[in-house]
Design a protein around this ligand. Sequence first.
Ligand code: FES
Ligand code: FE
Length: 424
Amino acid sequence: MRHESYESDPMSETIDISVLKSTWSSPLDPAALLPVLAPIGQARTLPAEAYTSAEVHRWELANFFEGSWVCAGRSSVLERSGDQTAVRVGTEGILLVRDADGALRGFYNVCRHRGHELLECGATTNRRGIVCPYHAWAYGLDGRLRGAPRFRHLTSTDPVHEGLLPAAVSEWHGWLFVNPSGAAPPFAQHVGNLDELVGAHRPEQLVLGATHHYEVAANWKIVVENYHECYHCTSIHPELCRVTPPSSGDSSVPTGLWVGGSMDLMPHAKTMSISGESQGVFLPGLDEGSRRQVFYYGMFPTFLISLHPDYVLTHRLEPLTPDRTRIECQWLFPAEAMERPDFDPSYAVEFWDLTNRQDWQACESVQRGVASRGYRQGPLAIEEDNVHQFQTMVAGGYLQGGPARPVAPARRATSPSVEGSFGD
Ligand code: FES
Ligand code: FE
């Protein structure tokens, strides 16, 4: 990607290292993290433990996942009043419910009786209330306790009458989000100006066309980092390079916890597909410029949104272990295309399934590399500046004790040390 120049740092929040040194509770030695926060050109990648340590993994689940806003899938799963689903974020289970007024509600997936889960994680149901499968305690869709079979000795002041404990949830452009700790900043602050950038493609109006699941033997950050650069495209994505010039595009300046930018389509290409042809229709409302670009955004920690002229692709990552990540990939299309009897989404699905598998191979190789005693923190190319941005969120997050905004956007480098063409 090409990058904009910045005269001043638009990020108002920077990390005060002197304060951190006296208070840090980072899961990693700050001495290994400070090089990650250096400007691109001098910055190094994350230390090996960030990708391999069980202790760091546990810390991330508690602080980067439970302590942040995590995408829990499409809102269409909870279309009707009474629809319910349970999701796992970090180590927490959250019950998501569409209430009688159509509002989204979230509760800890824990019964007030003896703690049984109200719904199995990943399951969906529709009923007029929430019923615990263990002893059939019943709750309203608002979470209030409605009934406890054969339980006559509860006083009216017993705290169980409060019902289910609420969890922070949000709905954004057709996706569900959960913040299990309740301690993350407001969702609007989390997304910042990504709201207007994604909003232009109106993903809330799109219909789910396909879902693929993958399990990759790599740390979740390696998968995100791979998403954020096309420096590798000429080496491993011949099909992708035929429809998009790998060095094209711009990086955006985020005001929230996200990183991303755009890439251009080749003159002959209408979209990202093997032939460059589209079998669908343009997303409604897109201007001429946006019909010639693909936008790639990664919302911290693990929601990747790829906006194409005629479809939207998302990757939702779930970290399983330090070296294993489950990935859900979804393709969304305009209703107008989906309603056509001859519509076949495979032009988009097959292209990205192929590209995904090329990427997973590279990610798994990197995981084996970072786990070797031969790994050292490496330098980043200018083309990898979104990787740098992401890694500053991670390193800054370790030091701050929770999700952090990118410390500084990349500058278009002018110094010889950065512009040097070693290896050209
Ligand atoms: Fe839910 Fe007993 S644990 S009813
Ligand atoms: Fe790739």
